[in-house]
Design a protein around this ligand. Structure first.
Ligand code: EPU
Length: 418
């Protein structure tokens, strides 16, 4: 198992590039199942979750050709409409094939995800939505079996709570359903709008993606298309925090600043100078002292839960008390104990983390527990005195493309050891 060895204390300076969005690429890959024609996707990040999804799609019947950051998928027919437990347990986003499979072949068998490091994460809302569209759902042996032999039919689906992949799954099911589907209380994340953009290029009729009401007129078939995935806002946000926490001067290139608007506003309140040298770049400069500022995670356009752990690392270096409230997942504070091992003063109280700073962090052996928790440990290590060894970095490899190489280029002393 690989580890990162990081020697902290170097302010990051220079320019760092953003890769394509993992959470946009995953549903886009699944969307290729909706047509027998080729779908070409550009700016696909080279991370482990993407490789897992490609493996799943090959088993289902897709031919997948990868060339650098471009992937072409062709699915002449669905050979095996199934997402097995072995894959779903390593990547919950595998459930994104449920909607496309039922829509294309009238049948899907998808393993239920089970427990997760950040919370329960059920898929009941995906199932509820498919039932509204007329699918018959059975659960047995840990699997969901969905059937719609005569096809799906449009319906109004009102989500009980906002779900990102649930909205994406249902959108992919509804594009081939008979008649109109209206998704209410839909997720407004940029990844949902990006998926809609791809589906529209494939011939789907979708209005309102990116708002909380999405209207879809079903069509009888979809065709091939080419699409470029949006930049990864969570990676860009992680880098912006890296610049801030090290007291550096870092320009994050190739991002969409609006997509991290909530974070950038927070950074300014914290005392970081934030500018936009270009429409697709953000420069962060942190020369003086940082102030503690409270933060509550919310659905987009609120502060992303996927940046909460990284923000917590930043708050260990800020003066005062910051109250961080996690509202999306019930168990997403695993990084707090590891940050405490490095010297942070953090108290957990249910959904709240109370961080008192600034505290000098010192290098230690720590364990990555999930993707974003790992990113927060990298950030803490970049500012800690001495050497930090982060174990189980396979978590970070799920969602960050060559993070150690990118950070090293802007001055970080980080290396991967096997
Ligand atoms: N929920 C339900 N029932 C459902 C679906 C969700 O109760 O059927 C609950 C969840 O348990 C959670 C909340 O609703 O408490 C929101 O979950 P959501 O469904 O929005 O999360 P997701 O779609 O499974 C995506 C991202 C996550 C990100 C969340 C929230 C992908 C592939 N994953 O997950 O990304 O944290 O939205 O923004 O898009 C990550 O990249 O590290 C990551 C975990």
């Amino acid at each position: 198992m690989d580890k990162f060895v990081i020697n902290g204390g170097v302010p990051l300076r220079g320019e760092i590039a953003t890769s394509g969005s993992k959470n946009s690429a995953l549903p886009a890959l699944a969307a290729a199942l909706l047509t027998e024609e080729p779908v070409t996707l550009h700016r696909i990040p080279r991370v482990r979750d993407i490789r897992t999804m490609q493996r799943l799609l090959v088993d289902i019947g897709a031919k997948v050709d990868v060339e650098g950051e471009s992937v072409q998928l062709t699915t002449p027919r669905i050979v095996c409409p199934e997402a097995p437990y072995e894959l779903v347990k390593t990547m919950r986003a595998s459930s994104l094939v449920l909607g496309p499979l039922v829509a294309r072949s009238g049948r899907a068998r998808v393993s239920l995800p089970g427990g997760c490091a950040i919370g329960a994460r059920p898929i009941n809302l995906h199932i509820f939505g498919l039932e509204q569209l007329g699918a018959r759902i059975r659960q047995s042996h840990g699997y969901i079996e969905a059937e719609a032999p005569d096809g799906l039919r449009g319906a109004v689906v009102h989500f009980d709570r906002i779900t990102v992949t649930g909205t994406e799954d249902l959108m992919m099911a509804a594009v081939l359903a008979k008649g109109e589907t209206v998704l209410r209380n839909a997720a407004r994340e940029p990844e949902v709008a990006d998926l809609a953009g791809l589906l529209i290029k494939m011939g789907a009729k979708i209005e309102g993606a990116g708002t909380s009401t999405i209207r879809i007129q079903g069509v009888t078939e979809l065709g091939g298309a080419a699409h470029t995935i949006i930049p990864d806002r969570i990676e860009a946000g992680t880098f912006a925090i890296a610049g801030a926490i090290t007291g550096g001067d870092l320009t994050v290139n190739g991002c969409v600043p609006d997509h991290i608007g909530a974070l950038l506003a927070k950074l300014q309140q914290v005392g970081v100078e934030v500018t936009q040298p270009q429409s697709n770049a953000v420069r962060v400069r942190a020369a003086g002292r940082l102030r503690s500022v409270d933060m509550t995670t919310e659905e987009y356009p609120g502060f992303a839960t996927d940046l909460q752990a990284q923000y917590m690392a930043l708050m260990t270096q800020a003066e005062g008390i910051a109250i961080i409230i996690e509202t999306i997942f019930e168990n997403r504070f695993m990084h707090a104990q590891e940050l405490a091992r490095m010297g942070a003063n953090i108290r957990l109280d249910g959904k709240q983390a109370i961080v008192a700073g600034p505290r000098e962090l010192t290098g230690a052996g720590v364990i990555a527990s999930d993707l974003r928790a790992s990113a927060s440990l990298v950030l803490a290590a970049l500012v800690a005195r001495g050497e930090t060894v982060i174990d189980r970095v396979y978590h970070i490899d799920r969602g960050y493309e060559k993070i150690e190489a990118k950070l090293a280029q802007v001055g970080a002393k980080i290396r991967r050891v096997e």
